[in-house]
Design a binder for this molecule. Structure first.
Ligand code: COI
Length: 354
């Protein structure tokens, strides 16, 4: 239980919910009636408010726009068959959010604002949680610098907001990805592990070029050799080999510590799989494909959940997979969904009741 939060709530006069079909939703396009906003000034958080979803009025010299102190999270809320709403692993996102804040020289957001504010906001908008399979209420907490100045220094004021988006699947079909050998997403000592806006802005050109070549996303590699695999677009990546599952380790700080990545590793281990978190070299994957030992490749992320990979290309060498190959990924997805649907026990306390 967190401390009682002094929070002002102003509700909309008329909900927009009836204008939206909750059974047919693209990712991240529609937003609920309310949002949470809090301000940081003089070293503390104040003015925590839930209010009608609305545009922000921003000064053109806003520090976040010029120098990129801007971080976010992605979390999902669901409702069970009885209509009870719950959030999936919000404390893990709080932890990661505050690690991102630390790296970007921003203040931490306390649990009573992040978790309790989120809980109260969802309580207000809980009718917006879709019930359909593969649908959820996507929660987007974010923080940005609000000092108005052009000098390069950490801002002294910030805004923290939470917005909610009823949402369908991010990738409605299996993905085609290719190993990126020109651009770099992250280096040791950099900001790769942080969920800061710039990591996503910096990835767009590579993805656009890959899309022009017929792929959906790139698989990022290290900056020096372009051989050590990191993550895909906005997902962590897993390779199912004959007798084990491997995924790039978090050790060098270049990839995101995905909450879904961690859930998948836990479920795989519960299933008795041998999971290795370690550096993964592209040659190992290509060699395993050539001997038939590479069985499946899949991505994991909050937005994407589990994304099947149909094609992984390394230069001109293409590794192709189809529905009949996605055995382990389908079973992991089934188990994760069953935990969320409360058909399997929540032994790890991942479900946080609203
Ligand atoms: C998420 O999986 O929540 C992400 O952050 C991906 C997002 C950029 C769409």
């Amino acid at each position: 239980m967190v401390a009682a939060l002094d929070i002002q709530v102003t509700k909309v006069e008329r909900s927009k919910l009836s204008e939206i079909n909750l059974d047919n939703l693209p990712f991240g396009k529609y937003f609920t009636d309310h949002m949470l906003e809090a301000e940081y000034e003089n070293g503390k958080w104040t003015n925590v408010e839930i209010k009608p979803y609305q545009p922000l009025l921003l000064d053109p010299s806003l520090a976040a726009i010029h120098y990129g102190q801007s971080i976010f999270e992605g979390i999902k809320a669901y409702k069970d068959a009885a209509g009870n709403a719950f959030i999936f692993r919000p404390y893990d996102n709080l932890k990661r959010f505050n690690l991102s804040a630390l790296r970007m020289n921003m203040p931490e957001v306390p649990e009573e604002i992040f978790i309790e504010g989120m809980r109260r906001l969802i309580e207000v908008d809980k009718e917006w949680i879709p019930g359909k399979k593969e649908h959820s209420l996507y929660i987007r907490p974010f923080m940005f610098a609000t000092d108005c100045m052009l000098g390069v220094r950490p801002s002294t004021t910030y805004k923290f907001l939470i917005i909610l988006s009823p949402t369908g699947p991010y990738f409605p079909r299996p993905m085609k990805i290719r190993v990126e050998e020109k651009y770099t997403r992250a280096v040791k000592g950099g900001v790769g592990f942080a969920k800061n806006a710039g990591n996503y802005g910096g990835s767009l050109l590579a993805a656009t070029e890959a899309q022009a070549e017929g792929y959906d996303q790139v698989l990022w590699t290290d900056a020096v050799e372009h051989k050590w695999l990191q993550e895909v677009g906005m997902m962590n990546v897993f390779f199912v080999l004959k007798d084990k599952v491997v995924t790039p380790s978090l050790e060098d700080g270049t990839i995101l510590n995905g909450v879904t990545r961690n859930s998948v590793i836990t479920v795989l281990k519960d299933m008795g799989a041998d999971v290795e978190e370690r550096p993964v070299h592209v040659n190992e994957i290509v060699a395993a494909h050539k001997t038939g030992e590479l069985k499946e490749v899949f991505g994991t992320g909050t937005a994407a959940t589990i994304a099947y990979v149909e094609t992984l290309a390394y230069g001109k060498y293409e590794m192709n997979f189809s529905e009949k190959d996605w055995e382990l990924s389908t079973e992991v997805k089934r188990r994760l969904t069953a935990i969320r649907d409360k058909e399997l026990p929540d032994t790890n306390n991942w479900l946080f009741n609203i």
